[in-house]
Design a protein around this ligand. Structure first.
Ligand code: ADP
Ligand code: MN
Length: 176
């Protein structure tokens, strides 16, 4: 497919479950005319979830089917893609990749409040400690488009949204 330039960027908001991807994406979509694409919801709506994985207590994602569905959405830019994985998307989709981070104890409390327990809780907290998503993002995208954002407090939530809004404005100026 031709690599046509976009007039407005596509963003990927990634990170361990519970770090605040959806909170940031929602606020960002309210501050901009960008469309929030919550990938888990898209996968559900378009029947891209296969049978349940008993070990991880979540359904398997049919990635190829999901990518086919998303391809058309991504063409014109203006998307905020929100997902706890990032290595299976086409690299060309994204102009900015934001890896949301949260300290371990805060994340533990958020996931417990969400009803996570046992292996699922431990695996997700370890995923954050081991910086799994940061490494995944850095190995899947050019390092200069990957940015980490710490998201422990409400004040940081606001400033992270501001940072991304400013990033969008700068991208538009640089890509006129
Ligand atoms: P994700 O989409 O990454 O799984 P959510 O946006 O659903 O994360 O956030 C998980 C929980 O943490 C929610 O209850 C949300 O209100 C809370 N939360 C998210 N970001 C912050 C923050 N910066 N400060 C305090 N609470 C937050
Ligand atoms: Mn979410």
């Amino acid at each position: 497919m031709a690599n046509r330039p976009r007039a407005i960027p596509n963003l990927l908001i990634t990170g361990t479950p519970g770090v605040g991807k959806s909170s940031i994406s929602k606020k960002l979509s309210e501050r901009t005319n960008f469309t929030w694409r919550e990938v888990s919801k898209l996968a559900e709506e378009h029947n891209c979830l296969d049978e349940y994985d008993p070990e991880y207590q979540c359904p398997f994602l049919n990635e190829d089917k999901l990518l086919d569905i998303m391809e058309g959405m991504m063409a014109k830019g203006g998307n905020i893609v929100d997902y706890h994985g990032c290595d299976f998307f086409p690299e060309r989709w994204f102009d900015g990749v934001f890896v949301i981070r949260t300290n371990n104890t805060t994340l533990y409390d958020r996931l417990t409040a969400r009803g996570y327990q046992g292996k699922k809780l431990e695996d997700n907290v370890q995923c954050e400690i081991f910086e799994t998503l940061l490494e995944e993002a850095q190995s899947s995208y050019k390092p200069e488009i990957v940015q980490e954002l710490q998201n422990d407090t409400e004040a940081q939530l606001q400033s992270n949204v501001d940072t991304i809004v400013e990033w969008i404005e700068r991208w538009k100026e640089d890509n006129l």
